[in-house]
Each structure stands twice: as C-alpha cells, then as structure tokens.
Design a protein around this ligand. Sequence first.
Ligand code: B12
Length: 345
Amino acid sequence: MSQQQINIEKLVEDAMNKIRAFFSARHLDTYNLLDETSIKKGLRFTLLFLKESIIFDSPAIFYDNVAWFYQSQSRSAVPETFFLDALSTLKEVLEEDQNVPEKAIAMMDHAITSLPSKVMEQDSFFDHFGVKKELCQSYLDSLLKFQELEARSVLNQALEQLGGLSEVYRKVIQPVQYEVGRLWQAGHVSVTQEHYCTEVTRKLLSGLMNPLQPVSTESPKFLGLCVEGELHSMGIQMVCDAIILGGYPAIFLGGNAPFTGLPELIRNENVILLGISVSIPYHLHEASELIQKVKSASLKRTPKIMVGGLAFNRYPDVWKKVGADIYLPDAASAFEYAQKLFDQG
Ligand code: B12
C-alpha cells in the first residue's frame, strides 16, 4: 500500500459518497449532526495510519491510532455506531480497489470488531515515576489560566529546586506537555489552551538558555530536525538544548524541515550527528525517505543518524526499519550518545 499505488484522496471521496448516500437515505437525523470536513479528516487519518502500518509491517500502528481517533470522537454528538459504520464503508471501498493488499482489509476487519473494547482513558502523566507532581500541577494551572508571569515564577522555582535546566525539562516540562495532550484528547483542554501552553513554554525555555558560545564552522556539530509535515518540534528542541547545555554545538532546524539544502548544511557545518524526530506515526515513512536521501547524498562523511520522538517511543521496533543508526527515547540519553561521539572526534 505505497503512496504511488494508492490514491488516498480518491478513496476518501469514494467512501464519503457512500456514507452520504447511506445516511441520507436511512438515517437523516444522524447525518444532520455530521460535519463532512471532520468525516473526511477521520477517513484520511484512518488511511494514513493503515498505510504506515503496512509499510512497517506493524499492525499496532493502525489499531492504536484508530482507537485513539475513536476515543477523540467519543465526546461528539455523533452516535458511537456511526464511527463503526464509517469504517465498514471504508472497508467496502478498499475491497473494490485492486491495489489494496489483503492484509489491509484484514486489519480493517479486526479494527471494526475489536475497537470498542480498546478504548480506555489514560492515567495522568503526573503520576509517573520521577515526575515532580506539585511543580507540574502549578505550572500547568498557570498556563491553563493564561498567566505567563505566574508560569515563569513556577519555572524559576523548579530551576532552583531541581538544580538544572535538564532536570526541569525531564521532570516538569515534558510531563506537562504530555498531560496537556491527554487533557486535550479527553476534551478537558481547548485547542487554544494547548497552543498557549506550548508557545509560552518555548518562550520561557529560550529565556533560560544561556547565550551560546561562538562556534567555528569546522567544529563537529549536531543537527536536529523534524521530518517534513511534522510540527511537533519541542522534543527535538529539548535534545538540541541538552547538547548545547552539555557544552557541544547543535543546530536546531525545527519542525517540517525540507531535504533541500540539507546536504550542503551537513557538509559546510561539519554535522557528524543528525537527529530526526517523528511524533505522528503516519510521518514515519518520511524519516525512512529522508535517511535514504542523506545516505545517498555525496558527503565526505555521512553523519550518524539518530531517531526519536513519540512515534518511535510507541513503536520501538520501527527505528531499524527506517534505516537509522540508533534510536534513543529521550533528551538525556541522546545527549550521552552525542557526547561519546563528539569526544571520539
Ligand atoms: C504541543 C502539541 C502540538 C503542537 C506542536 C507545537 C510544537 N511546536 O511542538 C501543535 C498544535 C502544532 C500540534 C499539532 C497536532 N497534533 Co499535537 N500534540 C502536542 C502535545 C500536546 C505536546 C507535544 C510536546 O511538546 N511534547 C513534549 C516533548 C518534549 O516530548 P517528545 O516530543 O516526546 O520528545 C521527547 C522524546 O520523545 C525525545 N525525542 C523527541 N524527538 C527526538 C529526536 C531524537 C533524535 C531523539 C534521540 C529523541 C527525541 O526527547 C524529548 C525529550 O525527552 C502532544 C501530546 C504528547 N503526548 O506528546 C500532542 C500530540 C502529539 N498531537 C497529536 C495530534 C493528533 C496532533 C494533530 C494531528 C492535531 C490535529 N487535529 O491537527 C496536529 C498534527 C500536526 C503535525 N502535522 O505534526 C496527538 C498524536 C496522537 C497520535 N495518534 O499519534 C498527541 C499525542 C495528542 C493526543 N493525546 O492525542 N500538536
């Protein structure tokens, strides 16, 4: 089920037509509750996750994420059965397309029958081992009230109590970001609150980083980025900051980084370690394509390639399949690996 053979937009349209016909004829009341843009988004998400799980031979990518989507929809006014009916309709459309492998149909079948039992509320991230629960809670509370000044003062308090920025990242910032995601998914936090939390946190953290030391072009460097389409850049920013805090140079390219210009940057800036971040599982193939391109670019020295981010943390068997040299789960372990590499020269 590669991108070349399967036209996802066409499948979405075909499924949408069938859903429209089915509901307008039989369940007009339900259909009036539906918003076609959201249905199409759901159908597209489902197909993207299905495609990714076929590429990486990892059914969990599909099952987990269909369950996640089902759960995010469960607070809407639309009856639960609609979601399952929409999946069955999509399955019919896939069966009619000769390019869709049997495996994909079997996965759709399994999802339809087992989905309702897979949905569960996640526990709070503040109860995880090592997390500074009180600091996390006060920091989150101030952000949810849009109180930047208060948030800054909690962060300063955390810095004093935990004795360093790396610890604040690990024991406060990361769990707060994860908790915001959990609360958003459960419908307790709005999209505006989620945006505010991230943006204020990014701003406050850059204020806490000491000014960078001048670095020469020749010094070996770390380069961190998110693959094309991927906007979750805070994780790789934390990796870059951990490396900078440890005294080594790092270049942060942020989210949605294109391949264009990358070989020149790697060559000119002597990048010896490239860090690639993926959060949304349907961007995993982007990592694979990027790695292939970097490895086949004409570089005097191909950098070591390290991957990480939520998608790799959730599917740890995938990193080898994307062709990376190493996967690490967090900023601290990424720093340790980078340090060894830098010290070897
Ligand atoms: C903030 C946020 C956003 C922001 C991101 C802004 C930004 N500049 O980063 C915005 C608003 C853009 C956004 C958009 C979306 N988001 Co969002 N988002 C989040 C949220 C709440 C926090 C992410 C974050 O900051 N995490 C904190 C960092 C520190 O954690 P981390 O990334 O895991 O990084 C650590 C490690 O993984 C590791 N690491 C990370 N990268 C790398 C790289 C290397 C090389 C190494 C070694 C290690 C490493 O080190 C880091 C530090 O230890 C998460 C919730 C969550 N659980 O992550 C949802 C979440 C990731 N988003 C989600 C979704 C669905 C979306 C959207 C699709 C929503 C939509 N309807 O459009 C879009 C997709 C955008 C896109 N194309 O990428 C879902 C994904 C669910 C799924 N099925 O996969 C989540 C999980 C929310 C949820 N609970 O449902 N989002």
